[in-house]
Design a protein around this ligand. Sequence first.
Ligand SMILES: Cc1ncc(COP(=O)(O)O)c(C=O)c1O
Length: 376
Amino acid sequence: MRADVVDLFELDPALTHLNHGAFGAVPRVVREAQDRARARIEAAPMRAFRDELPHQLAAARESAAAFLGVAPDSAALVRNVSEGVAVVLQALRIGRGDDVVVSNHGYRTVTLAVQANGGTVREAAFDLTASTTDIVAAFTDALTPDTRLVVIDQITSPTALLLPLAEVAAAVAPVPVLVDAAHVPGALPDLDIEALGVAYWVGNLHKWAFAPRSAAVLWAAPERRDGLRPLVTSWSHGAPYPASFDLQGTVDHSAWLAIPDAIDFWQDLGGWDQVERNAALLRRGADHVAKALGAGSELSGIPSAPCMTLVPLPGGVAETTEAAESLWQQVYAAGFVVPPLSFGGRGFVRLAAHAYNDEDDYARLAETLVTLVGGG
Ligand SMILES: Cc1ncc(COP(=O)(O)O)c(C=O)c1O
């Protein structure tokens, strides 16, 4: 770990952190900004909730929209992607008799949310060697006359792949598309959300954009905005979107208030230049681990996320969820935070890189993995 950078965070120095994508890491200065926001509220709650929060939340929301390159009236604040998904399911009144398409690389809680509403999930299945044509076909093949929504990940969670959003959105039209962009803000440059041809897009700021948990943005296409309501009705009810999502009763708004500080920290750390440095480090690190394990490194033609990628484990290792879980325990006991996982009956380890990582992290991980599972 890079001592000077890791010191900007509160991460346990006894561990090697190679899993930024899971829950992010809140920089010290961002947590301090959140603490200050909380202290200001506690000093005079009446002043805060009546007079200050309405303006402060609008400013935080607009800074998030600017960071994502979207219009200020297009993006609402929600607590996390799970909440954004629930808002969309509510807007579309997804229930019994409705089908929702989710891919086999999708996040499990999206499936659970559809099922909790009484809807049926239809799986768009494609493997790691799929082409863009295969992926588009997987989504169109999963459509039924009852399909009310297609959910597609911009960066997939278990496999860290970048999916062809615009192509899928065009192919499934007029069915509305919700992009699960949980891993995208601060991780993927050159976003042009408005050009994707999708109805909804939701991304977490508390992963790669350094916001405190829980801070996320729900973007909606112009014709979808009037139908969106927060899950909780409170004083913002009746306000136009996206202000209608701002004040939701007496809850802790401090994570949202710290969004501008998180974005400033992200910029100060190097912005997209830093992401490029991390992406190059990840490519070298993943290559090193793959060579040590001797299980190959090239997965497919689907590109991986810049700062997150899979490395295959040797045959027979972590091929089931249980085996992957047991390897996670062993890897963690050896001091590494990095998830082994099983996908399509094959074992992988999902590596990430952030500013606090260096080459040595991957070299030591490679040695540990070789000791635990053998190498090539
Ligand atoms: C692809 C994807 N979607 C949704 C989520 C859920 O995010 P949250 O727990 O912040 O709602 C995650 C979390 O890691 C994710 O990776």
